[in-house]
Design a protein around this ligand. Structure first.
Ligand code: NAD
Ligand code: TYD
Length: 353
């Protein structure tokens, strides 16, 4: 049994689905609070799979987490649960402090107490895997070297500051208490089941809906893009073979400016689902006010995980983005379910008020 938190969100759900695609895999206990970003429809294929146990709950709920650890005795915890959207963190940071920092603290304390009751071998093999972001390292200039695991933390947004704080807690629980932790810091994920508040799914769905494609500022901010399936594979590798107390950066070797990403999506849509008027979707690109404190560039040096664990991403940006666009075209029911939810309120606040 492994315990996954936030397994109804974008990356967590992809991880759960990938994990259970292996018939020999351990069972999964999945704790998720089902915030606006949690979507059980993503996990619908597992409805009759007894290897997946879903618990609607908060990682900050000490009684619940303690009870579940006692009852299910997982060999590992993988912590995906978080508030994850930078723009939301600017409007309302409180939830980010609560879940990302206090929630992770609670999970660490519950894990430590449970781990201390394990026998020697189980104790040694136990892992607390914390999923984090490259945003903790701050912003790079065009000529700076890509982030390494040794870069100092310089978070700039409430989101990245809360993730940085949680990383520090996880590190401290290793050094002080010996809890066998691993931390992974990855770049921007994209792929199936991505909630359309983030750039790539937002652009795909707005394009198809005939809506503006909002590009912040000059659109020259750079992100490294990692296909979510590659990320899930990397997590499995780190969980199996990563060294306790270590941090591993995970990236796609795909640095792209936002405007290039948006134009690429438009080109693929022009080919796969041309507009009725035969014009390009790129006509819908609209430059909007920049995000406050917008980080200019993120880039990941993923050579440590490559050298130590032999992991490399299978997808290039070209192959991954094409798969992703195709997935959104092929899954209108999932999209519809999301678009009719509270996602609408957020769009109002962000783009129309
Ligand atoms: P997401 O917002 O899609 O999903 C987060 C999930 O956590 C949701 O299902 C939500 O219901 C759940 N959740 C939130 N608060 C909770 C709580 N208190 N208790 C239990 N569950 C709670 O996020 P994601 O994109 O899947 O990201 C997963 C993890 O990966 C996060 O820790 C995030 O910081 C990190 N990360 C994401 C990216 C990315 O590009 N998406 C990049 C780097 C790191
Ligand atoms: P996002 O997907 O929110 O991820 P993050 O902020 O964690 O990197 O944004 C990716 C990039 O796209 C970021 O530089 C902000 C930009 N962006 C836009 O230009 N327009 C948008 O509507 C959104 C949501 C993001």
């Amino acid at each position: 049994m492994i315990l996954v938190t936030g397994g109804a969100g974008f990356i967590g759900a992809n991880f759960v689905l990938d994990w259970l695609a292996n018939p020999d895999a351990d069972r999964i206990l999945n704790i998720d609070k089902l915030t606006y970003a949690g979507n059980l429809a993503t996990l619908a294929p597992l409805e009759s799979d007894s290897r997946h146990i879903f618990v609607h709950g908060d990682i900050g709920d000490q009684d619940l987490v303690r009870r579940l650890l006692q009852e299910y005795k997982p060999r590992a915890i993988i912590n995906f649960a978080a508030e994850s959207h930078v723009d939301r963190s600017i409007y309302g940071p409180a939830e980010f402090i609560q879940t990302n920092i206090v929630g992770t603290f609670n999970l660490l304390e519950c894990a430590r107490q449970y781990w201390s009751t394990l026998q020697d071998l189980e104790k040694e093999q136990f892992r607390f895997h914390h999923v984090s972001t490259d945003e903790v390292y701050g912003s790079l200039s065009a000529s700076d070297r890509a982030f390494r695991e040794t870069n100092p933390y310089e978070p700039n947004s409430p989101y990245s500051a809360s993730k940085a704080a949680s990383d520090h807690l996880v590190r401290a629980w290793f050094h002080t208490y010996g809890l066998p932790v691993v931390i992974t810091n990855c770049s921007n994920n994209y792929g199936p089941y991505h909630f359309p508040e983030k750039l790539i799914p937002l652009v795909i769905l707005n394009a198809l809906d005939g809506k503006p494609l909002p590009v912040y500022g000059d659109g020259q901010q750079i992100r490294d893009w990692l296909y979510v399936g590659d990320h899930c594979f990397a997590i499995r590798e780190v969980l199996a073979n990563g060294r306790p107390g270590e941090t591993y950066n995970i990236g796609g070797w795909n640095e792209k400016a936002n405007l290039e990403v948006v134009n690429t999506i438009c080109k693929i849509l022009d080919e796969l689902k041309p507009r009725a008027d035969q014009k390009s979707y790129a006509e819908q690109i609209t430059f909007v006010k920049d995000r406050p404190g917008h980080d200019r560039r993120y880039a990941i040096d993923a050579s440590k995980i490559e050298k130590e664990l032999g992991w490399r991403p299978a997808e290039t940006f070209d192959t991954g983005i094409r798969k992703t666009v195709q997935w959104y075209l092929d899954n209108p029911a999932w999209v519809q379910g999301v678009v009719t939810g509270s996602y609408r309120d957020w769009l109002e606040k962000q783009y129309f008020n």
